[in-house]
Design a protein around this ligand. Sequence first.
Ligand code: PMT
Length: 224
Amino acid sequence: LPRRDWSGHRVLVSAGPTQEPIDPVRYLSNRSSGKMGYALAEAAQARGASVVLVTGPTALPHPAGVEVVSVETAEEMSKALTMRLSWSTVVIMSAAVADFRPKHRAVNKLKKRDLTNPVLDLEPTGDILADLSARRTGQLLVGFAAETGDLLRHARQKLNAKGVDLIVANDVTTPGAGFGSDHNAATLIDRDGAISELGLRSKRRLADDILDAALRLARTAVRR
Ligand code: PMT
């Protein structure tokens, strides 16, 4: 029988990439498949939580019993999450949000013949996680850190800069892990600096391990 240890919790999960339009047919994005976030949504639902999944474009079926909100851009994802923050008790930010977007979105398809020396003008998107952290009213916040080196140092920086309770640090260069894979490996670092290393395993299994750690934190100590 599944544990129902998340009943009573309302969990907001973000998943997938964002797409930042260049023109009506082109966009900037990344390699996120959504699998990590969907696994988290499914695991939390199976353990008794009410779950809302805010997802960028993916090829995955909607998880049963989960309310799905589909978005495209970082700005839409930010709005969808911010709107639901006060409803939630826990937020898990596994989406791979674009850090930059084209400054201008062309109304018509850019024509190759008109572009002799094409340059994309970019501007930063807002940091959704840092924003949610600034607005929170007691919610537990879980962030991710996707790194390609110096995992712990970068992850600790993100934990502090974004003001989260738990960060899931994954080295996305690990063979068989990270973007697109059914498996992942991660190091969890919590707000007190406690570290736990979770070697390669299915994203569903990792999702349950993340939920275990988050539930322990939710049950202890007053949040900042
Ligand atoms: O989707 P899959 O194919 O299953 O792959 C899973 C994954 C590799 C995408 C996932 O495990 C993962 O690492 N997700 C976070 C990806 C990411 O954007 O990491 P980051 O280190 O760039 O960002 C740190 C944190 O800030 C993340 O929680 C991110 O959601 C958040 N963020 C980032 C930028 C931004 N503008 N706003 C944010 O909230």
